[in-house]
Design a protein around this ligand. Structure first.
Ligand code: FE2
Ligand code: FE2
Length: 477
C-alpha cells in the first residue's frame, strides 16, 4: 500500500488504475492544473532545473527522492498515509464507532465545505508567492520557495482527489472552481482573508511560512482526527510536507534575526536607523511584520464561539489536534472561559466547551508560535543585543470572531478607533517600512556562493549538499 506507483500519469498509492471513471476524471483535471501552474505558479523559473524532493513512498522513513526537475514536470500525485487497522472515531457523539470510508449523506455538505476551504488555501499561497523568486536572497532559499510551492500544489491534488472520488458532480465542479479563484482578486478572491493578502517580499514570506503555514499544520492535525477516513489519511501525509514549510519560516526568520544581531554587535550600533544604514532589517520592523502575519493567521481559526465548530466536533468531522491527548473525548460537560467585550471592557464568560473548539485549537497554535519566538529571542540574546520579539495579544488586529469589532493595543486592552489609527504605523508595517524592506530585495541572488546582505547563511544545505550547492540551474541541463 505504501509504495507509490510513479509510472502512471498520476503517481498514486490509492490504486487509481482500478477505478477507470475516477482516473479519467482526474486525468481530465490534470491539464487544467498544469495550465494554472504555468500561469499562476512561480514566474520566470518554469524552464529551470530545481533540486526538489518528490514523494516515492508514504512511509515516514525515506518517503522522499531528491533530484533536479523542471517544475511543470514535477510528479504531483495522490498519496494517502497507510490505513490504521480497525480505526474508530476518536471523539464526539459517535466516539468508538468504526470510521467511515464513504461520506454519510447527512454530513456531505459540511465535509465538502471543509475540504474545499482547506483546498483553496493551497493554490492561493502559490499565487501569493509567485513573484518572490525574482528577488531571492540565495539559490538555497529559491529552491526552498519552490519546494514549498510544488508541495502546496500537491496539497491541492490531495483535496481534489477527495472531491472527485467522494462528491460526484458537485465535487468535480468544486475542483474546477479551485483553479478559477485567484488570490487578491476582487471578483473571485480566495476563500480566507490571509490568503488574499500580498506576500511580495521575503520577510513576509518567512512570516507567512512560520505563522500561516502553522495554521495549516493545526487545521491538518484537526482533520487528521476526522471520522471520514480518507480525509484523515490524506491530511496525515500532508503533515509530513507541512513540517518543511514551517522549517523554512522558522529558520528564515532566525537567519534574518542572526544577521541583524551579529552586525549590530560588530558595529556597536543600537538605533534602528543605523541598522538600516547597513542594509539590514531592524528588529522593530520585524516586530511589525510579526504583528501583521500573526494576527492574520489567528483569524484563520474562525470564531471563538462557533456553532459550526461544535457541530463538526459532535459529528466527528473535525477533532482537536492530537485528540488522544485529551481525556474526555465527548467534551459535553466542560466549559471554556472566553473574554467577551461588553460595556467597553472585557469580561471572562464560560461557554460550552464544544462551541469553543476553534479557540482550543488556537491555544495550541499560540503555544507553538511562542516556541519559535523564544528560539529567535535566544539568538538575539546570544549576541548580547537587548531586544525581545513578542507575540501580541490574540485580541489585537483581528478581523474574524468576537474581537473583530474591537480595537485594542498590543496587550489586548480596548482602545478607541482613533487611538488605534494613531498607532497603526507603530504597530503594523507602514508604507515606508514596506518600501524599505523591498528596497533590500530588488534582484535575485543567483551565484551559489552569494547570500543577500540582510540574511545569514543557513547552518547546513539540503540533503547533505553544501550551502553553496547549485540548487537551481537556469535553463536546460
Ligand atoms: Fe498546504
Ligand atoms: Fe504549507
Amino acid at each position: 500500500m505504501s509504495t507509490i506507483l510513479t509510472d502512471e500519469r498520476i503517481p498514486n498509492n490509492v490504486d487509481l488504475g482500478s477505478d477507470k471513471k475516477l482516473q479519467r476524471a482526474l486525468e481530465a483535471w490534470q491539464p487544467n492544473f498544469i495550465k494554472w501552474w504555468c500561469e499562476m505558479g512561480p514566474e520566470g523559473f518554469q524552464a529551470d532545473q530545481i533540486f526538489l524532493r518528490t514523494a516515492i513512498s508514504s512511509q515516514a522513513d525515506g518517503w522522499a527522492h531528491f533530484d533536479y526537475v523542471k517544475m511543470p514536470d514535477y510528479r504531483w500525485g495522490i498519496f494517502l498515509a497507510d490505513p490504521v487497522k480497525d480505526r474508530t472515531i476518536g471523539f464526539g457523539d459517535c466516539f468508538g464507532q468504526p470510521v467511515w470510508q464513504q461520506v454519510p449523506g447527512e454530513h456531505r455538505n459540511a465535509l465538502r465545505r471543509l475540504i474545499v476551504t482547506q483546498g483553496d488555501t493551497e493554490p492561493a499561497s502559490v499565487e501569493q508567492q509567485r513573484l518572490l523568486g525574482q528577488t531571492c536572497p540565495s539559490l538555497y532559499d529559491l529552491r526552498n520557495l519552490f519546494q514549498v510551492n510544488v508541495e502546496e500544489g500537491r496539497h491541492l491534488w490531495a483535496m481534489v482527489y477527495l472531491l472527485h472520488s467522494h462528491f460526484g458532480r458537485d465535487g468535480r465542479e468544486e475542483a474546477e472552481a479551485l483553479l478559477d479563484r485567484r488570490s487578491g482578486d476582487e471578483n473571485k478572491p480566495r476563500i480566507l482573508g490571509a490568503f488574499n493578502e500580498p506576500c511580495t517580499d521575503w520577510l513576509s514570506f518567512f512570516m507567512f511560512t512560520f505563522f500561516t503555514d502553522r495554521d495549516g499544520k493545526f487545521q491538518l492535525l484537526a482533520l487528521a482526527e476526522s471520522a471520514f477516513d480518507p480525509l484523515s489519511r490524506t491530511t496525515r501525509f500532508m503533515l509530513t510536507e507541512e513540517a518543511h514549510h514551517m522549517f523554512v519560516g522558522e529558520t528564515g526568520i532566525l537567519r534574518v534575526v542572526e544577521r541583524t544581531a551579529q552586525m549590530m554587535k560588530e558595529h556597536k550600533i543600537e538605533h534602528p536607523e543605523d541598522v538600516r544604514k547597513l542594509g539590514l532589517i531592524d528588529f522593530p520592523t520585524m516586530q511589525k511584520y510579526l504583528h501583521l502575519w500573526y494576527s492574520l493567521s489567528l483569524d484563520l481559526f474562525g470564531g471563538e464561539i462557533s456553532s459550526n465548530a461544535a457541530a463538526f466536533f459532535a459529528s466527528g468531522l473535525k477533532g482537536r489536534a492530537k485528540e488522544e491527548q485529551h481525556e474526555d473525548h465527548l467534551a459535553l460537560e466542560g466549559s471554556y472561559g472566553i473574554d467577551q467585550f461588553k460595556d467597553g471592557k472585557f469580561t471572562r464568560e464560560d461557554v460550552p466547551l464544544r462551541t469553543a473548539m476553534n479557540e482550543v485549537l488556537r491555544d495550541e497554535y499560540v503555544a507553538d508560535c511562542q516556541r519559535g519566538v523564544d528560539k529567535w529571542n535566544r539568538a538575539i540574546a546570544s549576541h548580547g543585543i537587548q531586544f525581545e520579539l513578542k507575540l501580541p495579544s490574540r485580541k489585537f488586529h483581528r478581523h474574524i470572531g468576537i474581537y473583530s469589532g474591537v480595537h485594542t493595543n498590543l496587550a489586548g486592552e480596548p482602545i478607541s478607533k482613533e487611538e488605534f489609527e494613531a498607532k497603526r504605523e507603530a504597530w503594523l508595517p507602514s508604507e515606508a517600512d514596506k518600501t524599505y524592506v523591498k528596497s533590500l530585495m530588488t534582484k535575485p541572488i543567483t551565484d551559489p556562493k552569494e547570500m543577500a546582505n540582510w540574511i545569514a547563511a543557513p547552518k547546513q544545505g539540503i540533503k547533505g549538499r553544501p550551502v553553496d550547492f547549485e540548487y537551481v540551474r537556469r535553463g536546460e541541463l
